[in-house]
Structure formats: structure tokens, C-alpha cells
Design a protein around this ligand. Structure first.
Ligand SMILES: Cc1cc2nc3c(=O)[nH]c(=O)nc-3n(C[C@H](O)[C@H](O)[C@H](O)COP(=O)(O)OP(=O)(O)OC[C@H]3O[C@@H](n4cnc5c(N)ncnc54)[C@H](O)[C@@H]3O)c2cc1C
Length: 461
């Protein structure tokens, strides 16, 4: 069985294949290292109706999670796929735990989720999952080949995918193309090559606002050539224009950095404030698109970006390990008073003071009358000095678009809307699952469940 790409989707598929008795399982990865974006991700994993939720008395269900996702997806997410993923999320998480992944013993409530349902690895990073999965792959005898770039498909005379042209010895970014070899796969081919956020030509063709000036949280390897190859052989492109920007990113560091994870944790009990008005301008835990759109509207008279600030009580910020990193690397700052915050960021002081007082009233009442934010995780958490402050500005983060697959992870053909024989896809390379906007922590279950699903389908044929 041949798998292209070594992120969550590819690794989960390979482990599942070995567990189901596949003899030869090979992962080809174009980079010198394994893990892709999955290894630098935030390690946030949504599981509905989990053991921790039951322990904390939180009512949830796969249907409720899907309803949150469809709302964030502005109604165009594929409910059938989402339900399949939500119903198997627990099984996927168990696969990571069995491989040695460890999670914090508490749940987080991320933007757009109606309840706390998100686990996070104890290293607050996706490597807390990919490293154990890689070890498990090696233990089970999965063959891992790096610097091997998928180039094109090999078909049999009946039009079924039976292999791939692989460029071995490829060196990403160094102009070394490698030498071609043709690999036969008796069980079809699984494309698990991730998104295309780093392909500026492609993303700005789909969304002309996403030029090279807009930063990205993704690794440079997210270039989407395998996706384009699937389109060339007939796969249906879906939702390609829906490219998500992350509202927790910072203009003060490259990539995902430290502020992203810090903000994801802290938004629930913090306020984001416009530096020109000193007032809040959004629900800090709305879905990503709602927040990113609201942030991007923060501009000066010339239309230049005016990144808003997020203010958190030091007492609560320090609960998460990323605070120390944010302060250490100078991408967040500690202040002893609101006067000092206002002075540093040139924010009008009086409106800022009024805003903090007003917000603390919402904390007491348990109701946010300004933006309707869920105050579940803000309960008892007044904003008070000392404060930690970061700046936020969206970066290109996730591609909701990709190739259309069915619930068996089979890639559908744009002519007949039937599966292309032998061609399977899983993870961010697929499209339509999340609609207009993906909810945070919902890609890991998507990639893992659909990787495992693809394996089942491939071994059944
Ligand atoms: C910084 C960051 C933080 C994130 N945090 C979270 C989070 O906490 N929770 C969550 O749910 N989601 C998160 N996401 C989203 C999630 O991490 C990704 O959607 C997910 O990792 C995609 O996994 P994948 O297996 O589809 O692809 P990837 O992990 O991107 O792996 C694809 C692999 O395929 C390889 N490849 C590409 N083309 C070829 C080719 N032609 N030949 C051979 N190999 C190829 C790539 O080099 C790469 O290694 C985050 C994303 C980023 C960037």
C-alpha cells in the first residue's frame, strides 16, 4: 500500500493498515523530515462526548459538534463527512494514545465550539502526536522514505490508479529534482499531502487578497502539487476559494510562533481591543472567519493595518506554558497597570478603563452583553493587573478547499461523480469537509479519521 505524505493523515493510515494486516506499507515524503504541518501544529484535538467531558459534566455529542462546524462553515460544509469524522474522533484519539501521545488533563473551549471539547498534547504541539505515530510506524515495519516526491499517477488499461511516479533523491528548495522511479501499489494510492497555503500563485488565484505580503503559519512544503495532479486526472475541485486566516497569529513573529497557541488558550478569558478606540470589536471566541474579518477592519486613516491588542490578567495567562515563551521572546509584554498598556500601545486610556470595568461586569453576570461570547471559561476570571498583552493579525492558515472525497475517502471524478478507481485522499488535501471556515482543533480528527477510513477502503477492495 502506497501513501504519499507523512502528516497525521498518512501516518494514521499507515498504522491502521499494519494493524489490519497489510504486509508492505510505504510512505513517500518529499521533505528531508517526516510529519509535515502536522508536526508543527498546536496539538489541539476536538473529541465530542469524551471521557473528560463526562468527568466535567459537559453535555456534548457528535451531532452537536457537527452543528457548530456547519454553522462556522456557513452552511456549505459536508455534513455527512463531518458526522463520520465526529463519530470516529474518539477512536482516532485512542490510536494516538496507544502510540504514546499525552494530553493535558483538561479541556479547552476554542472559538466557535459551543462547549469545551478540545484536548491538547502536553507539549502544546502536533509533534506530541506525530513523533509517537512515527515511532509506532517504525515499530510496525512501515517503510518511511524521505526526499521522495510524488510526481504523477500510473494507470492500468482500465483507468484504475495502480501506482505512482516518484522522484527519489529530491531536495525541496534546492533545485534537486531527483531520479524517477515507478512504484506499483496493489491497493491503490492514498494522497495525504496536506494543503497549499504556501503556494502563493495558487492561493492568490483562488483568493486575490492572499498575496505574498500575507504571512502564513504553514511550512514551505504546503505547495499542493499532488492536489493539482489529482485535478489533472479528473478529481472534482471543491471550495478552493475558501482559505482560512488564523485570528490568533501575531505580526511580531514569523509563522505560527508562540502567540498563536498562547492566544488560542487565553482568548476565552481575555479582551481584544482596537488600539484606536480602546474598545472591544469582536467576540474573542467566535469562529475564525468572524474574528479574522473583524481584525482586518482595524486600520488607520490611510488603510494601513492597526493590529489590535489582546489583554489578559497575568494570573490567568501563566496557567498556560506558552506565556513564558511569549514574554521571553519579546512577542508579548507584561504591564503593571492599564495606564502602562495605554501608554505603550497608544490606546485612549479612559475608554480602555471603561471597557475593562464593563467586561468585568459580564464576567460577574456570566453574560457578554457586548458580543455574546460564551463566558463559560471566563467564570471568576476578572481582568486585573498585572496584564500580559500581545498583538494579533491574521495569517494564512488552512485550505478548506481540495479534492472531493466520499465517506470512504475515495476521490470522486468530475465527469461521472463516481470514485476514480484506486485513488484515495485524506487530510487537508481534501475539500468541502469544513465549508467556509474550519473550527480550530477539527483538522486533527479529520485527518486521522479519514486516513484510517482510507485504509479500510483500500484493504477492502
Ligand atoms: C502551525 C499550525 C498549527 C495548527 N494547529 C492545529 C491544531 O492545533 N489542531 C488542528 O486540528 N489543526 C491544526 N492545524 C491544521 C492541521 O495541522 C493541518 O490541517 C494538518 O496537519 C494537515 O495534515 P495532513 O496530514 O493533511 O498534511 P500535512 O501534515 O501537511 O502533511 C503532508 C505531507 O505531505 C508532504 N508532501 C506534499 N506534497 C508531496 C509530494 N508531491 N510528494 C511527497 N510528499 C509530499 C509534505 O511535505 C508533508 O510532509 C494547524 C496547522 C498549522 C500550519
Amino acid at each position: 500500500m502506497v501513501i504519499i505524505g507523512s502528516g497525521f493523515a498518512g501516518l494514521a493510515a499507515a498504522i491502521q493498515a499494519k494493524r489490519l494486516g497489510a504486509r508492505d506499507v510505504v510512505i513517500f515524503e518529499k521533505m528531508p523530515f517526516f510529519g509535515g504541518n502536522s508536526s508543527i501544529n498546536g496539538g489541539l484535538f476536538a473529541v465530542p462526548n469524551s471521557a473528560l467531558q463526562r468527568q466535567e459534566g459537559i453535555q456534548d455529542s457528535p451531532e452537536q459538534m457537527v452543528s457548530d462546524q456547519v454553522q462556522a462553515g456557513r452552511g456549505i460544509a459536508y455534513r455527512e463527512l463531518l458526522l463520520h469524522i465526529a463519530r470516529h474522533a474518539h477512536e482516532a484519539m485512542q490510536l494516538t494514545v496507544d502510540a504514546g501521545a499525552e494530553y493535558f488533563p483538561y479541556l479547552q473551549q476554542l472559538g466557535g465550539h459551543s462547549v469545551p471539547r478540545t484536548y491538547q498534547t502536553t507539549v502544546a504541539c502536533g509533534a506530541g502526536i506525530t513523533q509517537p505515530l512515527l515511532r509506532e510506524c517504525r515499530k510496525l515495519g512501515v517503510k518511511l522514505v524521505n526526499r521522495a516526491r510524488f510526481d504523477s499517477f500510473v494507470f492500468d488499461q482500465g483507468g484504475a490508479v495502480v501506482g505512482a511516479r516518484i522522484l527519489r533523491g529530491y531536495y525541496f528548495g534546492r533545485g534537486v529534482e531527483g531520479s524517477p522511479s515507478h512504484i506499483r501499489s496493489r491497493r491503490g494510492l492514498l494522497i495525504a499531502t496536506g494543503g497549499f497555503a504556501s503556494n502563493v500563485d495558487l492561493r492568490s488565484t483562488e483568493d486575490p487578497t492572499l498575496t505574498a505580503e500575507v504571512g502564513t503559519t504553514n511550512l514551505p512544503c504546503s505547495t499542493g502539487e499532488a492536489l493539482l495532479e489529482m485535478f489533472r486526472v479528473g478529481a472534482v475541485p471543491v471550495h478552493m476559494t475558501h482559505i482560512q486566516t488564523g485570528p490568533w497569529a501575531s505580526p511580531d513573529e514569523e509563522g505560527f510562533g508562540y502567540v498563536s497557541n498562547y492566544s488560542i488558550y487565553n482568548f476565552a478569558h481575555s479582551i481584544s481591543v482596537s488600539v484606536s478606540t480602546g474598545r472591544r470589536f469582536m467576540n474573542e471566541i467566535a469562529d475564525r472567519k468572524t474574528r479574522a474579518d473583524a481584525q482586518l477592519a482595524n486600520r488607520d486613516a490611510q488603510g494601513e493595518p492597526l493590529p489590535p491588542i489582546t489583554i489578559t490578567s497575568y494570573e490567568h495567562a501563566r496557567e498556560h506554558p506558552t506565556m513564558e515563551k511569549v514574554l521571553k521572546y519579546g512577542v508579548g509584554w507584561r504591564f503593571d497597570s492599564l495606564d502602562a498598556v495605554a501608554d505603550h500601545f497608544n490606546v485612549p486610556l479612559e475608554p480602555l478603563q471603561d471597557q475593562v470595568e464593563e467586561y468585568n461586569g459580564y464576567v460577574d453576570a456570566g453574560v457578554d452583553r457586548q458580543f455574546g461570547k460564551s463566558m463559560e471559561k471566563a467564570r471568576g476570571k476578572h481582568l486585573k493587573p498585572p496584564f500580559v498583552v500581545v498583538r494579533n493579525w491574521p495569517k494564512v492558515h488552512y485550505c478548506q478547499g481540495g479534492a472531493r472525497v466520499d465517506v470512504h475517502a475515495r476521490v470522486l471524478d468530475s465527469g461521472a461523480f463516481e470514485p476514480i478507481p484506486g485513488l484515495y485522499a485524506a487530510g487537508e488535501v481534501t475539500g468541502g469537509v469544513h465549508g467556509v471556515s474550519r473550527l480550530g482543533s477539527c483538522s486533527i480528527p479529520d485527518c486521522m479519521v479519514m486516513g484510517m477510513t482510507a485504509t479500510r477502503s483500500m484493504l477492502e477492495t
